[in-house]
Design a protein around this ligand. Structure first.
Ligand SMILES: *[C@@H]1O[C@H](CO)[C@@H](O)[C@H](O)[C@H]1NC(C)=O
Ligand SMILES: [Ca+2]
Length: 353
């Protein structure tokens, strides 16, 4: 989509520039008509491409402007939950206020085998860097409409979660720059570890500086041939960058799309501008191997890492306090020893005189 837009923009810009040149040279009769013809042919081709893409856009799983009737009317394909609120410009999952949870959930389970979800979102607020939170999540899960601790959704979910985590809870692993995008697939018995920012269960991730940006920010989640791909388009350059690419991801059919967000002591506005779901078509021959039905979400060769075991020995802070207390303890022992010794000496002297 984004690429198509850029191409069109380019055609438009170069065409106006060309007109200017043509006008300047004063030869605007024949050349202009030839060029006009060329221009319309070319732009027609590109809009055809865009039109074809539009055909695959599944409106029943997409959320776009205008949001009239969203959540309330019976014809709406989405439900609102918690603090989620509609304006003309966006669906605000949470405002920049403490302790809020909001979500939108698709009403219709999705039975498409190959799909791509494009999310246009905006995270912004008053808080200084790293004094904001907690981020938002996209879901493709068995459950829907549950308020909870995992970016506003329930823990122990079944399915796929993609997180845009804007607050580093885990201050031991400073090497990671936040906001951080990551993905998790769970079968209903795996907890999201908030204190470790989900590290033990993540399939992969990347840093994504998405907060308080003046340009548009997008995320793409693609699921084709059991391959999960996540890309970001957050620099205002209209190009997709790789973030997660993981084969062997097994997701059942008939789950629900959703988006949720949570604020705690720290907050942000978490706004959704659009969610666009595209059905992707793949050659039939390649589909055969995937005929057997998945009932429980899983990822091939996935090991839930125990991050606590990873860092062996004492952390810097523990070591510091251990040393301080040992030194203090020794010092105290010496003082007590000296006092006791001098008392004993004094007593002995008193006995002699
Ligand atoms: C759910 O996932 C956990 C962790 O990967 C695994 O130990 C457990 O066996 C799975 N349960 C089912 C029912 O597949
Ligand atoms: Ca976090």
């Amino acid at each position: 989509m984004a690429a198509t837009m850029t191409k069109k923009d380019l055609v438009w810009r170069s065409s106006t520039l060309f007109f200017d040149i043509v006008y300047c040279c004063g030869m605007f009769s024949r050349i202009r008509w030839i060029f006009l013809f060329l221009f319309f042919t070319v732009s027609q081709c590109w809009s055809d491409e865009a039109y074809e893409r539009e055909e695959f856009l599944k409106r029943e799983y997409s959320l776009m402007k205008p949001y009239q009737g969203l959540g309330s009317s019976s014809s709406s394909h989405w439900d609102l939950l918690g603090t989620a609120m509609i304006t003309t410009e966006h669906v605000r999952l949470t405002p920049d206020l403490q302790s809020r949870q909001g979500a939108v959930w698709s009403r219709i389970p999705c039975y498409l085998r190959h799909w791509e979800l494009q999310i246009h979102f905006k995270i912004h607020g008053q808080g200084k860097k790293n004094l904001n939170g907690d981020g938002l999540a996209l879901w493709f899960t068995k459950e829907r409409m549950q308020i909870g601790s995992v970016f506003g959704n329930m823990d122990l979910f079944t399915g796929l979660g993609v997180f845009v985590d804007t607050y580093p809870n885990d201050d031991k692993h400073q090497e990671r720059v936040f906001p951080y995008v990551s993905a998790m697939v769970a079968n209903g018995s795996v907890k999201y570890d908030h204190e470790l920012d989900g590290r033990p269960t993540e399939l992969g991730g990347c840093t994504a500086i998405v907060r308080n940006q003046n340009h548009d920010t997008f995320l793409l989640v693609r699921y084709v041939h059991r391959r999960l791909t996540i890309m970001t388009n957050i620099d205002g350059k209209q190009e997709w960058r790789d973030c997660v690419d993981r084969p062997g991801v097994h997701l059942p059919l008939g789950y629900y799309f959703g988006a949720s967000s949570l604020t705690g002591d720290l907050s942000d506005n978490h706004d959704l501008i659009s969610l666009k779901l595209y059905e992707l078509t793949v050659p039939h021959s390649e589909q055969e191997e995937e005929e057997e039905e998945v009932t429980i979400p899983s990822v091939d060769n996935m090991v839930i890492r125990n991050v606590e075991i990873e860092d062996q020995g004492m952390s810097g802070v523990t070591l510091f306090f251990t040393i301080i207390f040992s030194v203090l303890g020794c010092f105290l022992l010496c003082v007590v020893g000296i006092v006791v010794y001098s008392r004993w000496k004094e007593n002995r002297r008193k006995r002699f005189y």
